[in-house]
Structures are given as structure tokens and as C-alpha cells.
Design a protein around this ligand. Structure first.
Ligand code: ASP
Length: 346
């Protein structure tokens, strides 16, 4: 049996001498994958209960109960599953004895799920999303320690009020800020602009800062999320993808443009975006640049000044995939560009 807990770890019990309770919601991903000879590659196979059983140290620090939500690769994650996860997390946290929720998840879309839950889980108790870069069958799998660390953060008194966090590779990152930065390395989840909130190191869970830009847009299992597509801008883009979407029988409710630089598109994309606005589609301008805000600085067709005055919403510093998540939820409240802009500015 691998020993993960250092000797110095203080086991946290409440006043009654009872270990804190954590609900694990399990969804699959590499952390739960095995080599499947028939399929010729890794595939989700292990249940959440099996993940917990493989790390006996967990039982020394927490009482856990596990709910299997799905068992999929997170490239197959859907907004319907997000709604279910939000409902199950809120239900779990409504029990006084539950200290926090941990969600095991594939890394591909982990940051989208984390941000959706950051927006839809209410209350102050911690929610931690965790995955692995190396499947359990590898000798250097990071899954067991990541899972243990996720539970350590979920029961940490310092984690209260920090929203949804991603805990991997010993680092704690805020859902709104974190992104996957490397396809294979274990050090992949980073908050590129502002850094991690804290660490789950060999001795302790310690926070050094708190996320300030948080908001809640509650959603229930029956919520009808807006349908939002992401369209990229690049040299020579001609807007045909936007026009193809507008020709659909039911065009999307919203578009996120992964613009260039400060949030720019060329003249052809500008024309297509204006057509989308005329058709009542909400358009949010983000950027493909990894850090920094979309700013109305440059004049001319397709600059952020022009796009904003045409009725587009600027995404602040949200990545295109996070802007999409926020727009899907914001569209359940309003379609007004002014109101949407207020939500994106929070
Ligand atoms: N394909 C996997 C997934 O996202 C990758 C991972 O978990 O790291 O489910």
C-alpha cells in the first residue's frame, strides 16, 4: 500500500470527535480510467467508490459517501450533466453534517464544469473538482494524491467561502481563473494571470489569497440554459461559420467570439456579427489571448469600441470557454446587452 499521508498530518475532527463528512460526486475521466484492450486505449472504468477504496488514507481524515453521476471521458461532458452536478452538490451541501463536496472529473473540460458549478452552487461550503493526468494503472499516477488533497481542501476551514476550486498537483486554483495549460504534464492546471489561491502540501492546506470576482446565478434541474456556440477569429476569417449558424432552423441564443488581441475581429467577421445581433443573437467578445481583459481601445471596423457600440458584450478576462458558460447562465435571466454586460463586469 502506498503511503500518502505525511507523519505530520493532523487529523481534523469536529468537537464531538467525529471525522468531517465529504460527498464525492464521481464522473469518470483519466482519474478513473484503465487500459481497455478491446478499445485499444484508456477508458473510464473505475467507480468513485473504487477510487476512494484505493486511498486508505482518506478514511483517516474524513467520512465519505460517493455518488456515481456518470462514468465518461470529460470530452463527453454536457450542460445537462452540469445541471445534475449542481443539483446534487447543492443537495449534499444542504446537510449540516456535510463539510464539502469533491467532484472527480476528466481534465479535458474540468475547468468548464468547475466554473459552471462556481456560478450555480450556493452557500459557503467548499466544492473541489479534481482529476488526474496519469491513469491509475501508471506507477506514477497522480490520481490518489490528488484525490486525497481534494478531500483535505474540502474539509479545510480555510476553504470556506472560496467557491469552487480545482485541486491538482498540490495547488488550489479558483474555478473562474484556472485553465489546463499542458496536454500531458502533471503541472497543468494554472491560473495564468493571478496565480494559485493556495497549496495542499505535504504538511498542510494553506490559502494565500481569495477569489474576489465571484457571482451566483442559481439554476435548477429544469433550467433551460441558453445555447451558445464559440466561433474563433483568425487571419482571413470570413464569417461563414457565423452565417452557417444563423441559417440553422433554430439558431443559437448566443455566440462567443474568440477574438484576437484586445478583442478584435476583421471586417468580414464584423459584418457577420452584426447580422447575428440583428437576428437577436447575444454576442460576447472574448479573446484567444490567455491573459488580460478585452478592452475598447482601437477604432475601426471590428475593434472592441465598434463591437461594443454595435451591441456586443465584452467578456472582461474570461476565456472563450468560460465566457460561454457564463453566457449560457446569464441568458436564463436576460437578453439585454446592457444587463448582460453588467453580469460580465461582475
Ligand atoms: N480524456 C480525459 C478526460 O477528460 C482526460 C483526463 O481526464 O485527463 O476525461
Amino acid at each position: 500500500m502506498r503511503r500518502l499521508l505525511p507523519l505530520l498530518t493532523v487529523i481534523s475532527m469536529n468537537a464531538a470527535g467525529v471525522l468531517p463528512q465529504v460527498r464525492i460526486l464521481s464522473t469518470g475521466g483519466t482519474i478513473a480510467s484503465r487500459f481497455d484492450a478491446a478499445k485499444g486505449g484508456l477508458a473510464p472504468a473505475l467507480t468513485g467508490a473504487q477510487l476512494v477504496e484505493a486511498v486508505p488514507e482518506i478514511m483517516k481524515i474524513a467520512r465519505v459517501d460517493v455518488e456515481q453521476i456518470v462514468n465518461i471521458s470529460s470530452s463527453q461532458m454536457t450542460p445537462e450533466i452540469w445541471l445534475k452536478l449542481a443539483a446534487r452538490a447543492n443537495e449534499a451541501l444542504s446537510h449540516e453534517e456535510v463539510a464539502g463536496v469533491v467532484i472527480t472529473h476528466g481534465t479535458d473540460t474540468l475547468e468548464e464544469t468547475a466554473y459552471f458549478l462556481d456560478l450555480t452552487v450556493t452557500g459557503q461550503k467548499p466544492v473541489v473538482v479534481v482529476g488526474a493526468q496519469r491513469a491509475p494503472s501508471y506507477p506514477d499516477s497522480d490520481g490518489p494524491r490528488n484525490l486525497l488533497n481534494a478531500i483535505r481542501v474540502a474539509i479545510s476551514p480555510e476553504a470556506a467561502g472560496k467557491g469552487v476550486m480545482v485541486v491538482m498537483n498540490g495547488q488550489i486554483n479558483a474555478a473562474r481563473e484556472v485553465t489546463k495549460t499542458n496536454t500531458v504534464e502533471m503541472e497543468t492546471f494554472k491560473s495564468l494571470e493571478f496565480g494559485a489561491l493556495g497549496v495542499a502540501d505535504l504538511e498542510a492546506v494553506r490559502f494565500y489569497r481569495a477569489p474576489l470576482r465571484r457571482q451566483t446565478i442559481p439554476a435548477g434541474p429544469e433550467t433551460k440554459l441558453g445555447r451558445v456556440e464559440i466561433v474563433a477569429h483568425y487571419a482571413g476569417a470570413d464569417g461563414r461559420l457565423i452565417r452557417a449558424l444563423l441559417r440553422e432552423e433554430a439558431p443559437p441564443d448566443g455566440l462567443v467570439i474568440a477574438g484576437t488581441g484586445l478583442g478584435h475581429v476583421n471586417a468580414a467577421m464584423h459584418d457577420a456579427i452584426l447580422e447575428a445581433l440583428r437576428r437577436g443573437v447575444a454576442v460576447v467578445i472574448s479573446t484567444r489571448v490567455y491573459t488580460g481583459r478585452v478592452i475598447p481601445l482601437y477604432a475601426g471596423k471590428g475593434g472592441a469600441i465598434d463591437l461594443r457600440s454595435a451591441g456586443c458584450v465584452l467578456a472582461d478576462n474570461l476565456s472563450p470557454q468560460k465566457a460561454r458558460v457564463l453566457l449560457m447562465l446569464a441568458l436564463t435571466r436576460t437578453r439585454s446587452p446592457e444587463e448582460l454586460q453588467k453580469i460580465f463586469a461582475r
